[in-house]
Write a protein that binds this ligand. Structure first.
Ligand SMILES: [Zn+2]
Ligand SMILES: [Zn+2]
Length: 240
């Protein structure tokens, strides 16, 4: 039966549709039927307080603070919540199963918290590594970014390309920054440099990936770059 080895036989999205027909979604937290995360449980998620994503001092509208700004290409980094509990489960479902439904829920959650503050931006997804994208058959950050752009009625511009790197788990932020140098490039010659960019990704760990992406865009003449992320791993990662 195909369920034994779904990824090898059916493309991910088709498999997801069949799976949904066999077993409609139920809320991962309370098992209510109809959605991966029901409305009541969505309201239970505790958002991160507005702060600098790098040092976690309190700032307004998730601005990168003036100290961290000296070493950052980003103006603000909005993060929905910590990478734990329900949010972690939801992100992993987006990655490994039921990608479309999960991306839709995550985009809704982002929209609920941040739509009022992101109306001037163009949405640019941070591409997943080519290797991981081949393994999964889709790019989860793009799924989330595309849905967010559509729901918020913002231009979606898939202009960043990413080449492969050797990924070292547990590398410090400085090592990660070195590993990532030059992995992004910008597609297209007539890009809109003046509209502020909102980079979208799922999880931020050391911040090296969003910094390198922002640095690449700034070097190409984009005036203002910020980021929007679903979750952040523990602040400890920044103290290395
Ligand atoms: Zn629920
Ligand atoms: Zn800071």
């Amino acid at each position: 039966m195909f369920v034994l080895n779904p990824a090898g036989i059916l493309p991910g999205m088709l498999f997801e549709q069949i799976l949904y027909m066999l077993a409609p979604h139920e809320c991962m937290a309370c098992a209510a039927e109809g959605n991966l995360l029901c409305v009541a449980c969505r309201n239970d998620l505790i958002p991160i307080e507005s702060s600098c994503y790098s040092c976690h001092c309190a700032t307004s509208s998730f601005a990168v603070c003036s100290v961290c700004r000296r070493a950052s290409s980003l103006e603000s980094v909005r993060v929905l919540g910590w990478y734990q509990g329900l949010l972690k489960d939801l992100i992993n479902r987006v990655k490994f199963e039921r990608a479309q439904a999960g991306a839709d829920v995550l985009a809704d959650l982002l929209l609920k918290s941040f739509s009022g503050e992101t109306h001037n931006f163009q949405i640019v997804p941070i591409p997943t590594t080519p290797r991981r994208q081949r393994q999964r058959g889709y790019d989860q950050a793009k799924l989330i970014a595309k849905r967010y752009a559509k729901k918020a009625q913002l231009p979606y511009r898939d202009i960043l390309q990413r080449s492969g790197t050797r990924r070292q788990l547990g590398a410090s932020r400085q090592e990660r920054l070195r590993q990532l140098q030059g992995v992004f490039s910008v597609r297209g010659r007539k890009n809109d440099l003046m509209t502020p960019v909102l980079l979208v990704d799922d999880v931020v760990t050391t911040g090296a990936t969003i910094e390198e992406a922002a640095h690449t865009l700034r070097a190409r003449g984009f005036h203002r770059v910020s980021a929007l992320l679903v979750a952040q791993t523990k602040p400890l990662d920044f103290l290395q």
